[in-house]
Design a protein around this ligand. Structure first.
Ligand code: UDP
Ligand code: MG
Length: 265
């Protein structure tokens, strides 16, 4: 039977939560009745997460593992997961159980309604207010206004996608957050649902305030290069090939065609 749903989990030193996470994801997916795989991407963990996940994958054929030789960052881990995913539907989620696997059925239901991307909003976010919640609110406001794609919570890893959509996107820097923007620019239908959020119970957050700076720099890049791509689409007769080859959004055309095909079918 072909795999319908791929769950992608980036993991960097999350041994404390992997037992709870794997059993919770397994329970939820078994109840869904769908064919699925759970694809962990070990992003160079040094706390024993790697061997734990290897043992898990050797016991359960639906659990798969990609292992990085060192820490490359969450965006690279998600990109590798997207590359290996076999399902028609791909759901990404954090490994630390701050996202709740119990929200996965609501994402599937929203995709079933016809959305191509479902972004999740941690409305009642359980992180320190001054150093995490407030900067994130500001960043979300800026990203929404700069991109023109209004979402409350770009930073939530829990998201659902049709695989056609992510197949054409190449990710750099901190750019996994911006997938709903690329998708929306290419004509995809992007929806949002509210989800639960829990305090981190084990391990440590991998991020500090410096992330905001990187995210804003990436946003500027996305906006500028997205502009070039859109200009290229408009002035196709006078294609700016050099500029286009450098653009991380060079697949926007292909992605646009996927969206058009879906709309006309
Ligand atoms: N993560 C990763 N590589 C990194 C940093 C984080 O794979 O270099 C994973 C991490 O294990 C978790 C998710 O990305 O599953 C989100 O990280 P974290 O919980 O530290 O972020 P926060 O919730 O504090 O924003
Ligand atoms: Mg977390």
């Amino acid at each position: 039977m072909s795999t319908r749903i791929s769950i992608i989990v980036p993991v960097y030193n999350e041994l404390d939560s992997l037992h709870r996470l794997s059993s919770s994801l397994g329970d939820i997916m078994r109840i869904s009745g769908e064919s699925y795989e759970i694809l962990y991407v070990d992003d160079g963990s040094t706390d024993g997460s790697g061997p734990y996940l290897e043992a898990l994958a050797s016991r359960d054929p639906r659990t798969k593992l990609v292992q990085f030789s060192r820490n490359f960052g969450q965006t690279a881990a998600l990109a590798a997961g997207f590359d290996y995913a076999e399902g028609d539907i791909v759901i990404s989620t954090d490994a630390d159980m701050q996202n709740d696997p119990a929200d996965i059925p609501a994402i599937l239901a929203k995709l079933q309604e016809g959305y191509d991307v479902v972004s999740c909003w941690r409305r009642n976010r359980q992180d320190p207010w001054l150093t995490r919640v407030l900067p994130s609110k500001l960043a979300n406001w800026i990203i929404s206004h700069v991109s023109g794609v209004r979402l409350h919570d770009y930073g939530c890893t829990l998201k659902g996608y049709r695989r056609n959509i992510i197949r054409h996107i190449r990710l750099y820097g901190e750019m996994h957050r911006f997938i709903p923007i690329y998708a929306s620019w290419a004509g995809a239908k992007v929806g949002e649902i509210q989800v639960r959020h829990h305090p981190r119970l084990g391990g440590r957050s991998k991020y500090g305030l410096s992330r905001i700076y990187k995210v804003i720099l990436d946003l500027i890049t996305v906006k500028m290069l997205g502009g070039y791509d859109q200009a290229d689409v408009l002035f196709r007769g006078r294609r700016l090939d050099g500029m286009r080859r450098r653009s991380p959004l060079r697949h926007l055309d292909a992605l646009g065609q996927v969206c058009q095909r879906r709309q006309s079918s």
